[in-house]
Design a protein around this ligand. Structure first.
Ligand code: CUA
Length: 354
C-alpha cells in the first residue's frame, strides 16, 4: 500500500524536476552571466561566485551523502535493533558548528573586498553617462557633450575604457543590469546611484530591468553596444550632428505629418520643432537596432505596427495607439487617429534619422 503510493508520487516528482531543469537550458542565452563574462564588474562577481559555488557544492554533496548513507545503512528492518543513539554528543555538535562558521569566515574575506571594490568610485573616467529610467525604457545622456548626445535603450560605449554611470529614475524603482558586464544597480527616484565598469570585448550585450516596476517590467530591456575606440568616436560625432533633412517625397511628407501631430509633445528630434521630453529622443532613431525598450528590431514594419497599436504590444505604455480603429483608454479616448497611409509616411521619415 505504502509502496504503491510512493510510486504514484515518484513519477510526477521526477517529471516536475526535469521540467524545472529543462527551463535552464537555452542555446542562445545572451543574459547568461556565467559564460563569456566581458566586463570588469561582472568579472569581480564571477571571481567570487565560482569558488563559493564549488565550496557550497562540496558541502552539499558531503552532507547529503552522509545523510543518505546513514538513512540506508541504519534503516529499520525486521528483527533489527535500534542503532546506538548519540544525541547530545558535545564534541560532534561543536565540530559541526565550528566548521561552517570557519567556512563562512573564509568566504567573507573576498566577499567584503569585492563589495568595496565594486562600490569604489574610479579616479579617472573617460566616459560619463547619465542613465535615466522611465516606465519602461532607458534614456542615456552622455555627460559633457556639446552639442548634447541623448539616446534611448541602446547604450554605446568604447571597449577597454572605464565608463562611469550616474543613475536616476523619473517614476518608480527600476534596476539596471547587463549580466555579462556588471552587477545590478537599483535606479531610485530622488536618489542618484552610481555604477562603473569597463567592457573587455566589443560586441552587443543584452540587459534587462531587474526590479519589478509594474506592467511592462519584463518589456524594459536594453542593449549595450561595445565599439572599438575609433568606431565609438565616429558614432559620437554622428550622434552630435543633427539628422540630414529627408530627401524622398514620402519622408518629407512624413516629417510634416510628424510635426503636425501629437508626436512632438513627447519626442525630441534635434534641429526640428519636436522638443518633447516624455518619450525617447528620436534624433538618431534609425541608427538604433532596436526600439521600445529594445523589444523589437528596428524595421519599418515593426515601427508601423508600433505606432498603430502601442499598448497592445507593450501594456501600460504612455504612447497612445494612433492607428484608426484602435480603442484607447482615457485620457486618449477622443484622440484623432492617424490614417494608415500617414503612418507609413511617418515611418519613412523616422527611418531617415540616421
Ligand atoms: Cu523597470 Cu522593471
Amino acid at each position: 500500500m505504502e509502496r504503491r503510493r510512493l510510486r504514484r508520487l515518484t513519477r510526477p516528482a521526477l517529471f516536475t524536476t526535469l521540467a524545472i531543469v529543462a527551463t535552464a537550458c537555452a542555446a542562445h542565452a545572451p543574459q547568461d552571466y556565467i559564460k563569456n563574462v566581458s566586463g570588469s564588474e561582472a568579472q569581480k562577481a564571477d571571481n567570487l561566485f565560482k569558488p563559493v559555488f564549488w565550496i557550497a557544492a562540496f558541502v552539499f554533496f558531503l552532507v547529503e551523502g552522509l545523510v543518505v548513507f546513514a538513512a540506508v545503512k541504519f534503516r529499520d528492518r525486521p528483527g533489527r535493533e535500534e542503532p546506538k543513539q548519540i544525541h547530545g554528543n558535545s564534541a560532534l555538535e561543536l565540530t559541526w558548528t565550528a566548521i561552517p562558521a570557519l567556512i563562512l569566515a573564509v568566504v567573507a574575506v573576498p566577499t567584503v573586498l569585492a563589495i568595496f571594490s565594486v562600490a569604489a568610485k574610479p579616479a579617472a573616467n573617460q566616459v560619463k553617462v547619465h542613465v535615466i529610467a522611465h516606465q519602461w525604457w532607458w534614456e542615456y545622456q552622455y555627460v559633457g557633450m556639446s552639442p548634447p548626445v541623448t539616446t534611448a535603450n541602446e547604450l554605446v560605449i568604447p571597449v577597454n575604457k572605464p565608463v562611469y554611470f550616474t543613475l536616476d529614475s523619473v517614476d518608480v524603482i527600476h534596476s539596471f543590469w547587463v549580466p555579462k558586464l556588471a552587477g545590478k544597480q537599483d535606479v531610485v527616484p530622488g536618489r542618484t546611484n552610481t555604477l562603473e565598469f569597463t567592457a573587455f570585448k566589443t560586441g552587443e550585450y543584452y540587459g534587462q530591468c531587474t526590479e519589478y516596476c509594474s506592467l511592462s517590467h519584463a518589456n524594459m530591456r536594453l542593449r549595450v553596444i561595445v565599439k572599438s575606440e575609433t568606431d565609438y568616436e565616429t558614432w559620437l560625432k554622428e550622434q552630435q550632428a543633427p539628422p540630414a533633412a529627408p530627401q524622398t517625397t514620402d519622408a518629407q511628407q512624413g516629417q510634416q505629418i510628424f510635426m503636425s501631430n501629437l508626436c512632438i509633445q513627447c519626442h525630441t528630434i534635434a534641429g526640428t520643432e519636436a522638443q518633447g521630453q516624455i518619450g525617447p529622443n528620436l534624433t538618431h532613431f534609425a541608427s538604433r537596432g532596436t526600439f521600445a525598450g529594445s523589444m523589437f528590431n528596428n524595421t519599418p514594419d515593426a515601427v508601423d505596427r508600433w505606432i498603430h497599436e502601442t499598448s497592445l504590444l507593450k501594456p501600460g505604455v504612455i504612447m497612445p495607439r494612433f492607428g484608426c480603429g484602435q480603442t484607447n483608454e482615457p485620457p486618449y479616448t477622443s484622440m484623432k487617429c492617424i490614417s494608415d497611409d500617414q503612418i507609413r509616411l511617418i515611418v519613412a521619415y523616422l527611418e531617415t534619422l540616421r
